[in-house]
Design a protein around this ligand. Structure first.
Ligand code: 2NL
Length: 348
């Protein structure tokens, strides 16, 4: 008696599925509303497919597998129809002749533009790009570079140290020379590298100073490297960077890591050397520091200073960018003001 009841309901169910399938097959509609109406009626949480699936409860165990297949086919049939209706709706509502949605074009940050240009200039001279850590130890940032214990740059006032219980072990690098020290320590010569990257100094933020900025340092160590090589390399760099008219001059200077040391000026780009506010009426602007690598620095890094010599230089990317694009305030580089950044769209 019980078995008979089940048989009846199974047959009934098969019949029901058959008529629903017919109904679905005949369903027509070509817009979004029709597709949605279909979804709610057949595939919604109170829809027909759910309802029919619920009948599974009443199916005797021995028929479940076979019936499960039938129900799944039914569900797939309804889902496929829904996909078809959606596609039809899209086809009928989108006008393919309309212009596409505009994709706003970004621009490179001016610091990136200038850094990339510097890299490509030095790469043409055979310099490779080297990178290293921004969190550094005292040896790679100061000691190996011949900075004496009592040098003011090591002061808490100037350098960010990372707090620790005893003597501070870690600091934020104050220049990218640490990368060059690490490269020299590897002992593979000759070395011809440039090191672009972020550096940190404990400065009060103003139009002319910031607590972090970007630097490119360069190093060439081989046999018989001379000051003439340094001058020619720097000259090539500035003519490529600023144009063939630019003049250079070297002034004697002092850095603990180079001997002799020099500061290099270029003729003022604004007034062409006549004298103006930018060059403070001297006709010249300072752009970098350089010199022959101090023999002590070579020895500290395990290089024989009788056999090898080298030159090194360092410059701030912000400074070069300010000169090239006449930016008056250093803070503009890190404030993310789109009115400033958008001005570089066409330079990318
Ligand atoms: C400046 C001056 C300079 C260097 C950086 C250097 C690195 C090593 C050895 C020797 Cl590993 N020197 N770097 C040399 C001279 C000047 O930077 O005004 N930078 C913004």
């Amino acid at each position: 008696m019980i078995v008979l009841t089940y048989f009846c309901s199974m047959e009934e169910l098969l019949e029901k599925i058959g008529s629903y399938k017919k109904e679905i097959g005949e369903f027509t509609g070509s817009d979004k509303n029709a597709a949605e109406e279909f979804r709610i009626k057949y595939l919604g949480s109170k829809g027909i497919v759910k309802n029919v699936m619920g009948e599974m409860r009443n199916i005797p165990a021995e028929n479940r597998k076979e019936f499960g297949q039938i129900l799944n086919d039914f569900k797939l049939f309804a889902e496929n129809k829904y996909e078809e209706l959606k596609q039809q709706a899209i086809g009928n509502t989108s006008d393919l002749s309309l212009p596409g949605d505009p994709l706003p074009l970004g621009s490179r940050h001016p610091i990136s533009i200038v850094r990339n240009k510097m890299i490509s200039i030095f790469q043409r001279l055979g310099f490779a790009v080297a990178e290293g850590p921004e969190i550094e130890d005292d040896w790679h940032n100061f000691t190996a570079l011949n900075l004496p214990e009592d040098h003011p740059a090591r002061d808490m006032q100037d350098t960010f140290y990372i707090a620790s219980a005893g003597a501070p072990e870690w600091l934020l690098r104050t220049h990218t020379s640490n990368v060059q020290v690490r490269e020299m320590e590897k002992g593979k010569l000759p070395i011809r590298i440039i090191c672009p990257g972020k550096v940190y100094r404990n400065e009060t933020i103003s139009a002319r100073a910031h607590c972090f900025f970007h630097q490119v340092e360069g190093l060439y160590v081989a046999e018989n490297v001379s000051f003439a090589d340094l001058k020619q390399t720097m000259y090539f760099f500035v003519t490529e960077m600023f144009g063939p008219e630019v003049k250079i001059r070297f002034r004697p200077s002092y850095f603990p890591f180079t001997e002799p040391s020099a500061e290099m000026d270029i003729s003022c780009l604004i007034c062409g050397g006549e004298g103006c506010a930018v060059c403070k009426h001297t006709g010249w602007v300072e752009i970098l520091g350089c010199g022959m690598v101090h023999p002590k620095v070579l020895e500290n890094c395990g290089i024989d200073s009788n056999k090898y010599s080298g030159f090194a230089f360092g410059m701030g990317i912000e400074r070069i960018t300010m000169l090239k694009y006449q930016v008056k305030d250093l803070r503009l580089f890190s404030e993310n003001d789109l009115r400033f950044l958008k001005q570089f769209t066409s330079v990318v």
